[in-house]
Design a binder for this molecule. Structure first.
Ligand SMILES: CCC[C@@H](CC(=O)O)C(=O)C(=O)O
Ligand SMILES: [Zn+2]
Length: 340
């Protein structure tokens, strides 16, 4: 169980140009926990036993008990697993209307290829993996086909505790739990999700770097119609300050989480997550909850609300212009020399 400050070199952590402060680590019964969650600030919860029933979910156990399903796996030549939404290629046609259909479809580079695999084959590939091989990352929603023992373990999660959190903080419904099994060194690059996330670490350690929604301007997300919607264009591990000068203003929060820890990643908060040494692979399970109903709007509006507004403006303009390429031109015309 990780207990020290993050500078410890037990996980051989990469150094960054931007400052990083530790995310608070609190026992789940500490009253400060609900204050932090209420104010949409990240916190590492210890002692929740949320997924205690899954503490035995190592590769051998999963191999024997995940059943015979075809599970989703991503394969990457490098160590980055940047999410690519294939649906956007279709939606973009519908968003941008007929005439774009006959334009040459920009061939997007998919940093990670999606495929399916049996858990036994996946476990074999993890065991046999060696430096230089392409990397693999199993990312599978848990459901009733996930094998009887796994389902039994799932039922024994602390649903009382987590459902009380969901209700207390007025979150929407649990959309799903994503089981994540990845190699040491795998990175999910900087992105935000439109869901509240209780991120439970089961095996191995993950270094999590988070930025608040207010730092949107420093992280240059792809446009909403892009398959990399919600993903930052910047590579924190290989910064390009020419293209993205405001990266210099980044200041982040970090935590290394280990078995039994649960990291609260607030909705719209940016996160960059790396599986770190010493274990060869990591196992995590997230709990994604839809945003709760928007109550009384308090002014001034918050950073995450500005992100939601910017997303809606981008979508509306893409619909109106019928061509996403023209949206940038229109926004520049609107802003340049007028609002400074
Ligand atoms: C596909 C989800 C990946 C996960 C990060 C990680 O553990 O690699 C994450 O970003 C999240 O739980 O929101
Ligand atoms: Zn995420």
């Amino acid at each position: 169980m990780y207990t020290g400050k993050v500078e410890s070199d037990e996980h051989d952590l990469r150094k960054y140009d931007f400052p990083l402060v530790d995310i608070p680590r609190l026992n789940c019964m500490d009253p400060q926990v609900d204050e932090l969650i209420k104010s949409k600030k990240p916190v590492v919860l210890t002692g929740s036993n949320l997924v205690g029933a899954a503490s035995k979910w190592d590769l051998d156990y999963l191999e024997k008990n995940m059943g015979n399903g075809d599970f989703t796996m991503f394969v990457s030549k490098g160590n980055q697993f940047k999410f690519f939404d294939e649906k956007k290629l279709v939606e973009m046609d519908s968003v941008s209307g007929a005439h774009i259909k006959n334009r040459p479809r920009k061939e997007y580079i998919r940093p990670a290829k999606r495929c399916t695999i049996k858990i036994q084959d996946f476990a074999k590939r993890i065991r046999e993996w060696k430096d230089g091989d392409e990397r693999i990352y199993l990312q599978q929603a848990l459901n009733s086909t996930s094998g009887a023992s796994v389902v039994q373990d799932f039922i024994r999660f602390r649903w009382d505790w987590v459902t009380a959190k969901q209700k207390l903080h007025n979150w929407g419904k649990l959309t799903y739990n994503l089981l994540l099994v990845g190699l040491q060194g795998n990175v999910t690059p900087c992105h935000y999700d439109e869901q509240e996330n209780l991120f439970a670490q089961i095996h191995g350690h993950k270094r999590c770097i988070l930025f608040p929604p207010e730092q949107f301007g420093c992280l240059y997300p792809h446009p909403v119609w892009h398959p990399h919607d919600r993903q930052s264009q910047v590579d924190l591990d290989n910064p390009d300050y020419e293209r993205f000068p405001k990266m210099r203003d980044l200041h982040g929060f970090q935590a290394v989480i280990g078995p039994g820890d649960v990291l609260y990643i607030p909705i719209y908060w940016w996160h960059h997550i790396e599986s770190v040494i010493p274990e060869k692979y990591t196992v995590s399970l997230n709990f994604w909850y839809k945003a709760g109903p928007v109550g009384e709007v308090e002014y001034p509006i918050k950073g995450y609300q500005k992100v939601a507004i910017m997303r809606n403006v981008e979508k509306m303009l893409a619909e109106a212009m019928q061509d996403p390429e023209e949206v940038g031109e229109l926004l520049r015309t609107m802003v340049e020399g007028r609002f400074s």
